[in-house]
Design a protein around this ligand. Structure first.
Ligand code: PLV
Length: 324
């Protein structure tokens, strides 16, 4: 069986973040994955289990799930069709094509692209690869925590883990991984941008809700409805999940600061997680008594993302107004 397709990513201290927070911050560098994001963990695992005998795969994606699916399919020698919404920048389409995938642009947001992917599954007999809502994805993503536990030692728990949330697949993997290593009492801080906040909306409403539109520029967080499992985790009393929002401005500022300080360029979806430290969200949660002070070390999952280069960064800097 081919794979695993993902690599064991670096876990490195961020001196700049640690200084800001007054506690050690470790970055789990999923931006180093061969497909540019954590998505390859879950998608690689799912394809290993489900696509061995397949005549091809189809994946609906804001971009990064598609990048992972295209990479895995190419390695497995399978054709891949990736359906993306028109909000995915041309740079992503090009990168998918470079991976040998057939790209179809359908709809304005991921949910519409997904309807088309499901249709192709039926009509073309392709294996459907979902971007966030599947137990095999969560199991694959959970290895991000297993690796941290192996590096730090299980006895040396983090004080909290920070993740970005789109459809909630990474969150489910992290929650499952924490339980798996006996760290179920470690709080998870979930980060979304205003306008791509389906998890936060569900937590506030106490029930799953569907957003009317995605108004954030963090298109890879742009699922209109969070997956059921992620919502269920938020309702569990076993593990604290703290749902927080930042603006696109704050996410962009985080991307820029991260580039300057850590010399790594990530997309806005990842900037949301980085803003937890750069915009003082963690510090505020400590002030409010929702996270302890001292905290123990903080882990930020640097989820990465391929939908960024200098030109795309400049586009975002033009589109997203600076705070006055
Ligand atoms: N992006 C998905 C869903 O888009 C995709 O198709 O690529 N960070 C990055 C860089 C991401 O690309 C994503 C998801 C997330 C975080 C959030 O992960 P999730 O969806 O598992 O919560 C609509």
């Amino acid at each position: 069986m081919p794979g695993p397709f993902h690599i064991n990513t670096p876990l490195v201290e961020s001196v700049g973040m640690s200084r800001r927070l007054g506690t050690t911050v470790y970055l789990k560098m999923e931006s180093s994955q061969p497909s540019g994001s954590f998505k390859i963990r879950g998608i690689g695992h799912l394809c290993q289990q489900m696509a061995m005998q397949s005549k091809g795969i189809v994946c609906s994606s804001g971009g990064n799930a598609g990048m992972a699916a295209a990479h895995v399919a190419r390695t497995m020698g399978l054709p891949a069709t990736i359906v993306v919404p028109s909000s995915s920048p041309p740079l992503v389409v090009q990168k998918l094509q470079d991976q040998g995938a057939t790209v179809k642009i359908t709809g304005e947001v991921w949910d519409e692209a997904n309807t088309e992917a499901l249709r192709l599954t039926e009509t073309e007999g392709l294996t459907y690869v979902p971007p966030f809502d599947h137990p095999l994805l969560w199991e694959g993503h959970s290895t991000v925590i297993t690796e941290i536990a192996a590096s730090m030692g299980r006895k040396h728990k983090p004080g909290a883990v920070v993740v970005s949330v789109g459809g909630g697949g990474l969150l489910c993997g992290v929650a499952q991984g924490l339980r798996g290593v006996g760290w179920e009492d470690v709080p998870i801080v979930t980060m979304e941008t205003v306008g791509a906040d389906c998890f936060n909306a569900a937590v506030k409403a106490g029930t799953i809700v569907t957003l009317e539109a995605i108004t954030s520029e963090a298109k890879c967080l742009g699922a209109k409805t969070v997956c059921r499992k992620a919502f269920q985790y938020s309702q569990s009393t076993e593990q604290a999940i703290i749902s927080e929002l930042v603006t696109d401005q704050q996410a962009l500022h985080a991307v820029e600061t991260f580039l300057d300080e850590e010399r790594v360029l990530v997309e806005l979806a990842c900037g949301a997680a980085l803003a937890a430290v750069y915009s003082g969200v963690i510090q505020r949660l400590q002030d409010e008594g929702r996270l302890p002070r001292p905290l123990g070390y903080l882990v930020v999952i640097v989820c990465g993302g391929s939908s960024i280069n200098r030109e795309q960064l400049a586009n975002l800097q033009k589109k997203i107004p600076r705070p006055t």
